[in-house]
Write a protein that binds this ligand. Structure first.
Ligand SMILES: Cc1cc2nc3c(=O)[nH]c(=O)nc-3n(C[C@H](O)[C@H](O)[C@H](O)COP(=O)(O)O)c2cc1C
Length: 183
């Protein structure tokens, strides 16, 4: 699959076949995701994979603030990646120093976002569908999966084999989102 097709045809998938994705495949997808760029190459993204039904049920009950749309997706998802990141590094030129720009620690979320899309594209290239979830309860998820104290949750990414490929979602016209600076 070429890169442009991959970028344009990846969709958020919320309906999955019952079949689990094997752990080797998921390891390969995370391995590919490591090639995402990151602030000072600190590589702060972490991936905690959940593929047992009981824990996924718990994530649905306690991890998405009762948002029914996400509860329903989680109910039929065979796998969930908890994307987290190591706090307090990105944004600094020296890991133990001061933040280098006015965005301060926002760069850690930026890194997580790049890691997130890289994971979703790598998964798509391997035939695994994903959906990013931002309506989540970070603290509750951290507790359910036992995240280390120096990490915080960035997003949930449900994954599995899709039950039908969703049609394209609308995009803004290119002229509405770009401008050239004239001399
Ligand atoms: C940061 C972020 C948060 C999102 N949160 C949710 C969510 O909580 N639940 C959900 O079903 N989809 C969620 N989505 C998926 C978006 O709705 C989806 O990407 C968008 O509608 C475009 O559709 P597409 O991904 O199929 O191109 C989220 C996507 C992003 C990038």
């Amino acid at each position: 699959m070429d890169a442009i097709t991959m970028i344009k045809e990846r969709r958020s998938v919320r309906n999955f076949k019952k079949k689990k994705v094997d752990r080797e495949t998921m390891k390969e997808i995370v391995s590919i995701s490591r090639w995402a760029p990151s602030w000072a190459n600190y590589q702060i993204a972490r991936y905690t994979l959940v593929d047992n039904g009981e824990t996924i049920k718990k994530l649905a009950t306690d991890g998405v603030k009762g948002f029914v749309y996400n509860i329903n997706t989680l109910k039929n998802a065979p796998g969930v990646a908890v994307l987290s990141f190591v706090k307090g590094k990105s944004g600094k030129l020296d890991e133990d120093g001061e933040y280098a720009t006015s965005k301060a620690n926002v760069w850690e979320v930026f890194d997580a976002g790049i890691a997130c899309q890289t994971f979703c594209l790598a998964a798509y290239a391997k035939g695994v569908a994903t959906c990013v979830m931002g309506v989540i309860d970070d603290d509750s998820i951290s507790e359910i999966v036992g995240l280390p104290d120096n990490e915080t949750v960035a997003a949930l990414i449900v994954y599995g084999y899709e039950e039908g490929h969703p049609g394209p979602t609308p995009r803004k016209d290119v002229d509405d989102i770009m401008r050239f600076v004239e001399a």
